[in-house]
Design a protein. Structure first.
Length: 306
C-alpha cells in the first residue's frame, strides 16, 4: 500500500439515490420516452426502520455463504492477479507524480464507513475539478485512460472485499454525505447499473459542463438506482455468478447487451436534453423537459402505428 496519507478526492461518485426522500414520496409518474410507459424518475422513499423491505427480505444478500464466496473469490483473484497489480502499481508511480492509490472514504453496509482503494488514474491537482468525470477529461493520465477502459483501476477493491467492506456484486459505494439509506447489504465492485452504464463517460461528454450536474441528477442517477434495487431484491448465487462473468467479459471484449441498450437510451435522452426549450432548467424540470419527452413518446407511437 502507498505510504501517502488519504488524499482529498479529485473527483467523486454522485449518489444514485435521490437526495430528497420526502419529495420522492410525493413525486408523480412521468412518461418514459423509451418504453412508452409511466415510471418514476426518482427512487421511492424507504423508511429507515424498514431496511429489510429494501431487499425484499432477500436473505442471500446477508448470508454467511455469500460472504464466504465473496472472500474466497477476491482472495484467489488477488493471488492470481498479483503480478498484474504490481506492474500497474509501478507504472502508475513512474508515469505521473502522486500516490499509487486513490483512497476515499465511502459508506458501506449499515452506514459503516471504510476506505475504498483504486489505482490513481488522474493527475494530482491543487484545486479539484468538476465532480463528474467524462470521456476526454484532461485530468485523466494516458495510463489512466487505459486502466479505466478495461476497469483495471478497480482491481485494488478486491482487497476491500477480502476485508469485508464490499461484496463482489452490489450498488457502488457512495460518499458518506450522499448515502441516505441504511443499506443492509454491502456495496459491490460491480452491479447491474455498473454493467449497464459502462459507457456513461462517453455519453456525458456530450452535455455542456455547466449542465452536467443537472443531467446526471435528473436522468442518470434514477436509472442506476432502479436497476440496482431491482437486482438486489431478486439476487441469488447464480445471478451473482452470471453478473460477475458478464462484467469480466465486457472488460476484455465488447460491451454487454444491457450496456448497448442503456447506452442507446442515454444517447436519446442526451439528444432530447440538448433540444429542450431554452431556460427550461431555470423554470424547473416540469417546465420544459417533460414536455419534450412526452412529445418524443407521441412521435414514436405514431411511427410504430403506421
Amino acid at each position: 500500500m502507498s505510504a501517502h496519507p488519504i488524499a482529498e478526492p479529485h473527483f467523486v461518485d454522485a449518489p444514485d439515490v435521490t437526495p430528497n426522500l420526502g419529495a420522492a414520496v410525493n413525486s408523480h409518474a412521468r412518461r418514459d420516452r423509451y418504453r412508452n410507459s409511466d415510471i418514476l424518475h426518482v427512487v421511492p422513499a424507504v423508511a429507515p426502520d424498514s431496511a429489510g423491505k429494501l431487499t425484499g427480505h432477500n436473505l442471500w444478500l446477508v448470508s454467511v455463504t455469500r460472504r464466504c464466496f465473496d472472500g474466497a473469490v477476491a482472495a484467489i483473484a488477488l493471488l492470481l492477479l498479483s503480478p498484474v497489480i504490481v506492474l500497474i502499481a509501478l507504472l502508475v508511480r513512474l508515469s505521473s507524480p502522486g500516490p499509487v492509490f486513490f483512497r476515499q472514504r465511502r459508506t458501506g453496509r449499515n452506514r459503516v464507513s471504510f476506505i475504498l482503494y483504486k489505482f490513481r488514474s488522474m493527475r494530482v491537482e491543487d484545486s479539484p475539478g468538476p465532480p463528474i468525470t467524462v470521456s476526454g477529461d484532461q485530468r485523466i493520465t494516458p495510463l489512466g485512460m487505459f486502466l479505466r477502459r478495461y476497469k483495471l483501476d478497480e482491481l485494488p477493491q478486491f482487497w476491500n472485499v477480502v476485508k469485508g467492506d464490499m461484496s463482489l456484486v452490489g450498488p457502488r459505494p457512495k460518499l458518506p454525505h450522499h448515502e441516505l439509506l441504511d443499506l443492509p447489504y454491502r456495496p459491490g465492485i460491480t452491479g447491474l447499473a455498473t454493467l449497464a452504464f459502462r459507457n456513461e463517460e462517453e455519453i456525458l461528454c456530450r452535455i455542456p459542463p455547466d449542465q452536467l450536474d443537472d443531467f446526471y441528477e435528473l436522468c442518470v442517477k434514477p436509472r442506476k438506482a432502479r436497476l440496482d434495487l431491482a437486482y438486489m431484491q431478486s439476487a441469488t448465487f447464480w445471478t451473482d455468478v452470471n453478473l460477475i462473468w458478464r462484467t469480466a467479459a465486457s472488460c476484455v471484449s465488447e460491451p454487454d447487451g444491457l450496456s448497448f441498450e442503456e447506452t442507446e437510451e442515454l444517447l436519446r435522452l442526451a439528444e432530447s436534453w440538448m433540444e429542450r426549450p431554452p431556460g427550461s432548467l431555470r423554470n424547473g424540470w416540469e417546465a420544459g423537459w417533460e414536455e419534450v419527452c412526452i412529445e418524443a413518446v407521441e412521435e414514436e407511437s405514431l411511427v410504430e402505428s403506421r
